[in-house]
Design a protein around this ligand. Structure first.
Ligand SMILES: NC(=O)c1ccc[n+]([C@@H]2O[C@H](COP(=O)([O-])OP(=O)(O)OC[C@H]3O[C@@H](n4cnc5c(N)ncnc54)[C@H](OP(=O)(O)O)[C@@H]3O)[C@@H](O)[C@H]2O)c1
Length: 306
């Protein structure tokens, strides 16, 4: 039985990383932060007591040294660092790391190969393909990918998930607004990573999906209206128009197309991208679902709307 106690977190200084580091420390793992020697991140959010190694991410040797003695590597690198994870994977194998968790943490990239959004996510798809290949030839080395759906609290804080405009008290809804999609709070993603590392045998060489909850745009609006006591008049957008706008941007090399594709991927009528009970790894990794209303209420309190 594999046991994981020491964990290096790569790119842990951004949006998601601090929640993962917090939950790992809270669960008793010994955590080391790994940051780029060339990092220009002026506001790294590492805890003061966290050991942090500064490394050239293009250097196999430096990464291998940084990973020596680590049971697991969790990569939370931002989009621009995704392709570069291959060097880190090679270094992890050479350092005797037992588990690599790549920077996924969004839609299930195993399902979108060849689609419009899949073209933008080709880097992530290629890294998971590479992990599958590497793990076949290295008995001790394993990986786990994790799809979490939308970052719920983070996305609410940055514009109400594109659905609720708290300032103007308006809402924007794609298609009928009834399609449900997968979402996770940042804390829940941290707990999911902990759950994976606490269940190393059950999660080895698997691509998993977890969530805080599924929700629809209309459910979100209804909760905001109920909690604030205000009406939020709705403007409707068609998913086919989003898809078209994304295609046009992508054809012009504009990767902001991702946002259009993502909104359609989650909320187009019939998209079918909520996390089903059959596909959910929450049970496997001991992760209870969260309460949607409580999460919306916390957001409204953060915004001073309650
Ligand atoms: N599901 C969602 O709604 C959602 C939302 C946002 C992000 N995501 C996904 O979650 C993961 C983490 O995203 P994030 O927003 O936390 O990332 P981020 O804040 O943009 O970046 C995380 C860290 O990556 C490092 N980094 C930045 N540029 C890099 C580069 N070129 N090469 C290597 N490392 C680099 C930086 O750390 P140092 O400066 O310390 O090296 C940075 O603090 C990604 O896979 C992203 O696609 C999902």
């Amino acid at each position: 039985m594999v046991s994981i106690k020491t964990v290096a977190v790569l790119g842990g200084s951004g949006n998601l990383g601090p929640s993962i580091i917090h939950e790992l420390l809270a669960s008793g793992f010994s955590v080391t932060g790994v940051t780029r020697a060339a990092s220009t991140n002026s506001t790294p959010k590492f805890p003061d007591t966290l050991p942090v190694k500064s490394v050239d991410y293009a250097s196999f040797d430096e990464l291998k040294d940084a990973f020596a003695g680590q049971d697991a590597v969790v990569s939370v690198v931002g989009t621009l660092g995704v392709a570069g994870q291959r060097v880190a994977i090679d270094a992890a194998v050479a350092a005797g790391v037992k588990r690599f968790i790549p920077s996924e943490f969004g839609i299930n990239t195993r399902k979108v190969r060849g689609t419009s959004i899949g073209k933008i996510l080709a880097g992530k798809i290629g890294v998971v393909d590479y992990l599958e290949e590497v793990a076949k030839g290295n008995g001790e080395f394993t990986w786990t990918g994790l799809s979490t759906g939308l970052f719920f609290d983070w996305g609410l804080d940055r514009g109400g998930l594109g659905t609720v405009n708290l300032k103007d008290k308006t809402a924007t809804v794609i298609d009928s607004g009834n399609e449900k999609f997968q979402a996770s709070t940042l804390a829940q993603i941290g707990k999911a990573v902990v759950g994976i590392l606490q269940h190393p045998d059950e999660t080895a060489n698997k691509y998993l999906s977890s969530a805080s909850f599924n929700l629809s745009q209309n459910e979100l609006i209804a909760l905001v209206e109920e909690l604030t006591g205000s009406k939020f008049p709705v403007t409707h957008v068609k998913s086919e128009d989003l898809q078209k706008a994304g295609d046009e941007k992508l054809a012009a090399g504009d990767f902001r197309a991702f946002v259009d594709f993502l909104r359609a991927h989650n909320s187009a009528d019939g998209a079918g991208n909520q996390l089903t009970e059959k596909e959910s790894a929450n049970g496997l990794i001991g992760l209870p679902y969260e309460d949607l209303k409580a999460a919306v209420e916390s957001w409204l309190k953060r915004e001073g709307a309650l």
